[in-house]
Design a protein around this ligand. Structure first.
Ligand SMILES: [Zn+2]
Length: 113
C-alpha cells in the first residue's frame, strides 16, 4: 500500500528529528499534506498507528494540515487554486493548467518530551 511506505518514511524523519532534538518520546507529529499529493489521509493515519508501534512515537497523535493545491493557468496568466488534478481552471474554465503547488507532504513539527 502506498500509504504504508509514506508512513514508514514519516517515521524515519520523526526518529531522526527526535534524536537531534533529544526527545525520548514523541507525543505529537504535525504533518502538512498538499491537496494534490494523492495521499489518503485516513489510510495514512491507520498505517501510521501501525508503523509507530514499538518506536519512540508509539501512541503519538497525528495532526494533519492540508495545504491548498495551486496551478498556473495559461488562460489567466496567473496562479489559481485547484482541489484536484485534471480539473479546469476555477476562474476561466480553461484546461491548460500546470500544477505548481500542494503536491508535497512534509513533517512540519514534532511535540516531544
Ligand atoms: Zn484560468
Amino acid at each position: 500500500m502506498h500509504e504504508m511506505s509514506i508512513a514508514e518514511s514519516v517515521l524515519g524523519i520523526v526518529e531522526e528529528t527526535a534524536r537531534r532534538e533529544g526527545f525520548s518520546r514523541v507525543a505529537e507529529v504535525r504533518l502538512e499534506i498538499g491537496r494534490l499529493a494523492a495521499v489518503e489521509v485516513e489510510a495514512l493515519r491507520f498505517c501510521f498507528d501501525a508503523v509507530v508501534r514499538g518506536s519512540l512515537a508509539e501512541g503519538a497523535a497525528l495532526a494533519i494540515e492540508e495545504t491548498p493545491g495551486t496551478a498556473w493557468c495559461f488562460g489567466c496568466n496567473d496562479t489559481v487554486s485547484v482541489d484536484s488534478r485534471g480539473e479546469p481552471c476555477p476562474r476561466c474554465g480553461g484546461a491548460r493548467l500546470q500544477v505548481s503547488g500542494g503536491t508535497d507532504m512534509r513533517v512540519k513539527d514534532l511535540v516531544g518530551s
